[in-house]
Design a protein around this ligand. Structure first.
Ligand code: COA
Ligand code: NAP
Length: 259
């Protein structure tokens, strides 16, 4: 039986949600009563994640799709639509990252990140477009501070996430008249996630990143769940094309402590 809450009767589709932040978002929306469909590339992982959600009382299904393959997304979205109806919320959050100097990244390494993050985001929103509730459908891209700030060993991710930020604005502009809002949420460093582990490759770096935040603590998955909850809700019905920084102030660019 699904949880009761202010999202009862709504359908939320979360792409890249077999683990980490996006699974946390799925859990949060599901606990508020949404029917939740989660997708990722790896069958065993997505099935386990769906079982985890079901085990906590969320009405959930898990489907396999690689965001680099528009046909797989189309097939999965068709199946979700026939089971759960129109999508009220579509979250695009699949991503890849590694920590490497640009001079050590091959053309295929750079392309791989752009393919998953940026082109994958376009594919998700483009293939999801036909299935959104109109009016009232809300699309949310999961971006990162790298979209606004240059960071060492992150040229590939910075380029891809900056592309996602601009895509968010362009699609918001085009699809507002269709009754669809398009926004992004930009997490800062989130505790116990693959993305943060790949960025903070040693404890010194982890402390430096945390210490430079205006709010000096690591974020939790639920912080991002709440940001997605708000921006997809009617409370934000006049908000579109926005990048909502939910990052403890990481994007403010603190360089030193005045002490
Ligand atoms: N440094 C430099 N290049 C790297 C690299 C690293 N640490 N890791 C991978 N690459 C390069 C590979 O060498 C390859 O390029 P090549 O063919 O020229 O050798 C290219 O990236 C693709 O690697 P491959 O492993 O074939 O890609 P994949 O599609 O199977 O996996 C990744 C994509 C590399 C991003 C993989 O880490 C992944 O699936 N990540 C998902 C989880 C994740 O990153 N979570 C954090 C989200 S923020
Ligand atoms: P994660 O647990 O590794 O999540 C990445 C998800 O994307 C997984 O579910 C993975 O599932 C899926 N995925 C990867 N490639 C895919 C593909 N080609 N097709 C479909 N699904 C794919 O990492 P995370 O740290 O939680 O990151 C989640 C999001 O938050 C990302 O967009 C990331 O950029 C953003 N972010 C994270 C942080 C942080 O501190 N962690 C900070 C800022 C932004 P499979 O392996 O099953 O495919």
């Amino acid at each position: 039986m699904s949880a009761q809450g202010n999202l009862s009767g709504k359908t939320a589709v979360i792409v890249g949600a077999s683990s980490g932040i996006n699974l946390g978002v799925a859990k949060h929306l599901g606990e508020l009563g949404a029917r939740v469909a989660i997708l990722s590339r790896t069958k065993a992982k997505i099935e386990q994640a769906a079982a985890e959600l079901q085990g906590s009382g969320v009405e959930a299904i898990g489907l396999v799709a690689d965001v680099r393959n528009a046909d797989q997304l189309q097939t999965a979205f068709q199946s979700i639509h026939s089971q759960f109806g129109e999508f009220d919320i579509l979250v695009s959050g699949a991503a890849g990252n590694f920590f490497a100097d640009a001079k050590n990244i091959s053309p295929n390494g750079f392309k791989t990140i752009v393919d998953i993050d940026l082109i994958g985001t376009f594919n998700v929103l483009r293939m999801g477009f036909d299935y959104m509730r109109r009016p009232g459908g809300s699309m949310i891209n999961i971006t990162a501070p790298q979209g606004k700030r240059a960071m060492p060993k992150q040229a590939h991710v910075c380029a891809a996430k900056a592309g996602i930020d601009m895509l968010t604005k362009c699609l918001a502009l085009e699809w507002g008249a269709e009754g669809i809002r398009v926004n992004a949420v930009s997490p800062g460093p989130i505790e116990d996630t693959e993305g943060f582990a790949r960025l903070a490759t040693n404890s010194d770096l982890r402390e430096q990143i945390e210490g430079a935040l205006a709010l000096p603590r690591l974020g939790q998955r639920v912080d991002i769940g709440r940001a997605v909850e708000w921006i997809s809700s009617d409370q934000a019905s006049f908000v579109t094309g926005t990048i909502l920084d939910c990052d403890g102030g990481m994007v403010l660019g603190n360089l030193y402590s005045p002490d």
